[in-house]
Structures are given as structure tokens and as C-alpha cells.
Design a protein around this ligand. Structure first.
Ligand code: PLP
Length: 257
């Protein structure tokens, strides 16, 4: 049977990030993608012009519809907007043993907030503890743990700080550092350093969503966490290399390369 993967995330009307990037990734990787929409954004290549979160009841109902009938082999969470939705989603996921990739989305590349400051505590204490893999970038690490990373040597400290909240694995995305794009995947004992050459391409909208969805898709296909992350990194590296101009601002990564 085709593996089934669920994204719990926000909609990006521009089609570059969020639910839309997740479903494109899942299609490209050959799994059946499903969605629980948490928020709707009015968004394009220039930024986020508006955002509206859904009631917790609507999030719970979408989740139950999907899980009770179709079933899921892996979940990815993205934009959760508020403390109430973070707690709702953590409660739904915490009751299962389905592998879950938590992308602790905080601020978009354009600097638009996708998570209320009042939700940070719920991310730390409710969502991270139920994650199989958490995938923060360096801004999210700083926001969640206070650890600021300026060099590759500090990635270990960042990983330990995130792991202290309880995810089984953490993938610290060092892509914003100068030089090669270096990520550290660790569960506190094993360490995997993932390195990819930097592509000189500014059209990278949707990178984080794509990576997290690719990891969830690989987990649903039965891969181990290190295998899933390695495959997913190769996928996102190709998608970034093929990122293309759209609108007047930052275009999306491409899923059709
Ligand atoms: N919009 C939505 C709905 C998202 O979920 C995300 C990221 O997770 C973004 C925008 C930001 O995407 P980026 O930072 O790649 O531009």
C-alpha cells in the first residue's frame, strides 16, 4: 500500500511553502499526502500579507477524519500559529506512536511571524517532547533555547539545548552559516554531519517545509531516521538548486527537477 503522510501546517497562497510545499514534496517522493490546515496565509514572493488561524476544533476534526479512516505512517508539523493550536496538535500526536517530524516554524524568510511569542513555551514543553525529529534552523534554535550559533563548532551545543526538551532526534540546520550548508543530526549519542555545497540561488522559499516533509515521507517508507534525513537532504538540495524566480521577490524551491 502507498505510504500515507500527514502534514499539519499553514497554507501558503503563493504555493511555495507550507501545506503546498509539503504536498508537492510528498507527490514527488511517491507517498500519499494529506493535510490538516492550521492557518491560512495570504502570501506571495514578497512576504505574508495576512494570516488567520483556524479554531482548534477544526484542527482536531481534520486530524480525526484522516487518522480514523485512512491512517498515517508519518506526520509533519509546520506553522501552528498559537499556543492553543500547538497544545492541540501536541495532544493529538502525543497519543500515538506514529513518527513525527516537528519543524518549529517561527519566522518566515521575509521576517513575518508565523508563531505567537506566547506559543514558544508550548513548543518547548508540549510539542518538542512528542517529536521523533525536530528540525529547527538557527533562528528557531535561538528563539527556543537562547543559544546563538555563529560557527559550525557551536552546532553541538545547539543540538544539546534542543534535545533537553525531549525530541528523540534533532536536526540543526546550519544553512544560514557561511560556507557549505552543514546540518547536524543527533540523538545525543550518535552524530551525523550532513554537508552539501551551497547553491548561489536566492529562490529558496519553502526550503524548511520541503525538508521536513521529505523526512516524514522517507520515515513513512520505513527508513531509519539517519537514512530518512540523508535522503531528504539530497532531495532539498536538488530542489534548492532548481529554485526559480516568481513574482517580484523570493521564488520557491522546485519539486519537478
Ligand atoms: N508560510 C507558511 C505557511 C509556512 O509554513 C512557512 C514555513 O514553514 C513559511 C511561510 C516560510 O517559508 P520560508 O521561510 O521558506 O520563506
Amino acid at each position: 500500500m502507498k505510504p500515507r503522510v500527514l502534514t499539519v501546517a499553514g497554507s501558503d497562497s503563493g504555493g511555495g511553502a507550507g501545506i503546498q510545499a509539503d504536498l508537492k514534496t510528498m507527490l514527488a517522493l511517491g507517498v500519499h499526502g494529506m493535510s490538516v490546515v492550521t492557518a491560512v496565509t495570504a502570501q506571495n514572493s514578497l512576504g505574508v500579507q495576512g494570516a488567520w488561524e483556524l479554531p482548534a476544533e477544526a484542527v482536531r476534526a481534520q486530524y480525526r477524519s484522516v487518522v480514523d479512516d485512512i491512517g498515517v505512517q508519518a506526520v509533519k508539523t509546520g506553522m501552528l500559529a498559537s499556543a492553543e493550536l500547538v497544545e492541540t496538535v501536541a495532544g493529538l500526536i502525543g497519543g500515538t506512536d506514529v513518527p513525527t517530524v516537528v519543524d518549529p516554524v517561527g519566522i518566515s524568510k521575509h521576517g513575518d511571524s508565523l508563531l505567537a511569542d506566547s506559543a514558544l513555551d508550548a513548543v518547548r514543553t508540549k510539542l518538542l517532547p512528542v517529536a521523533t525529529v525536530a528540525t529547527p534552523n538557527l533562528d528557531e534554535v535561538a528563539q527556543l533555547t537562547g543559544v546563538r550559533v555563529d560557527s559550525e563548532g557551536q552546532l553541538r551545543e545547539a543540538a544539546a539545548a534542543v534535545l533537553s526538551y525531549g525530541p528523540r532526534w534533532v536536526l540543526i540546520k546550519g544553512g544560514h552559516l557561511p560556507g557549505d550548508a552543514v546540518d547536524l543530526l543527533t540523538d545525543g549519542s550518535e552524530e551525523h554531519w550532513l554537508r552539501a555545497p551551497r547553491h548561489d540561488n536566492r529562490h529558496t522559499h519553502g526550503t524548511g517545509c520541503t525538508l521536513a516533509s521529505a523526512i516524514a515521507s522517507q520515515l513513512a517508507m520505513g527508513r531509519s531516521v539517519p537514512e530518512a534525513v540523508t535522503e531528504a537532504k539530497a532531495y532539498v538540495t536538488g530542489a534548492i538548486a532548481a529554485g526559480f524566480a516568481l513574482g517580484k521577490g523570493i521564488g520557491p524551491v522546485d519539486h519537478g527537477w
